[in-house]
Design a protein. Structure first.
Length: 264
């Protein structure tokens, strides 16, 4: 059990790292340059812990710990006719494992057209590989050789790991796009500077407060993406992914940064 929980935690951390990278790269921020610590990565990875993810993880841990648990506890509760139908469906599906693999290969060559469902490709590959190991796919015989079965299971696990990476990347992009569509609600940044800054953007406003004020220029209309090590990564409230820049602002003697709540 401890091994399975460690594996689940490592997989969650991996998915969170992929998710974070996709999210920040959407805003032109290199996640490695942020220098996020391991606890911060873990906390951000917890955002992926939803009810479907928890349910899937629990079922996977139970099945891996005791593969016969389902047949011992659930199957006796079902009518014999239902059990027979399920077994026939599984046997028929196993006979078409090559068709499943062919569909996955076709989708692989249509990679750019199946977005955002690219994660289905490795899932189908893993399904076809595992179905090919069943007795129904081998005329009632188990696949020969421990090495052959081990190689197939390893390939299926790698495909599932690929699927997790694709799903996490797509989730990160969706979260970034959602944040970009609702920038006005994020934490606002107000910048005061002694000199005029070379900053332009949709919704960014600059006001000259007069020569008698030390911080003469005030910039509003910025929204915070993340703050790390005294560096504020921010975008204009009307920011567009394809055309606009992300600003990195550091507080100095000539630049003061204030944070304010975003619009609700």
């Amino acid at each position: 059990m401890a091994t399975l929980l460690s594996l689940a935690a490592a997989l969650l951390f991996y998915a969170g790292a992929v998710h974070n990278r996709a999210f920040f790269e959407y805003f032109h921020i290199d996640v490695l340059a942020l220098g996020l610590s391991f606890p911060e990565f873990v906390m951000r990875s917890l955002r992926l812990v939803t009810a479907p993810v928890v349910l899937t993880a629990v079922v996977a841990v139970v099945v891996l710990r005791d593969p016969q648990l389902f047949s011992r506890s659930v199957l006796p509760l079902l009518p014999p006719t239902v059990i027979g139908q399920c077994r026939r469906v599984v046997r028929r599906a196993a006979r078409f494992h090559l068709l499943v693999l062919c569909v996955a290969v076709i989708m692989l060559f249509s990679w750019g057209r199946i977005q955002p469902y690219q994660w289905l490709v490795p899932v189908l590959l893993a399904t076809g590989i595992l179905l090919g190991q069943s007795p129904a796919a081998n005329n009632g015989r188990c696949s020969s050789g421990i090495r052959a079965r081990g190689a197939s299971i390893t390939a299926a696990c790698l495909c599932l790991l690929w699927a997790v990476a694709l799903a996490a990347h797509q989730s990160g992009l969706r979260d970034a796009e959602r944040s970009a569509d609702h920038l006005v609600g994020r934490t606002a940044i107000v910048i005061f500077s002694t000199e005029r800054l070379s900053m332009t953007g949709r919704g960014l406003q600059v006001k000259d407060l007069g020569e008698q004020v030390h911080y003469r220029y005030r910039y509003t209309g910025l929204r915070l993406i993340i703050e790390r090590g005294g560096r504020y990564h921010a975008v204009a409230v009307g920011w567009q992914h394809d055309t606009d820049s992300t600003y990195v602002i550091r507080e100095t003697d000539d630049v003061r940064v204030e944070l304010m709540p975003g619009a609700r």
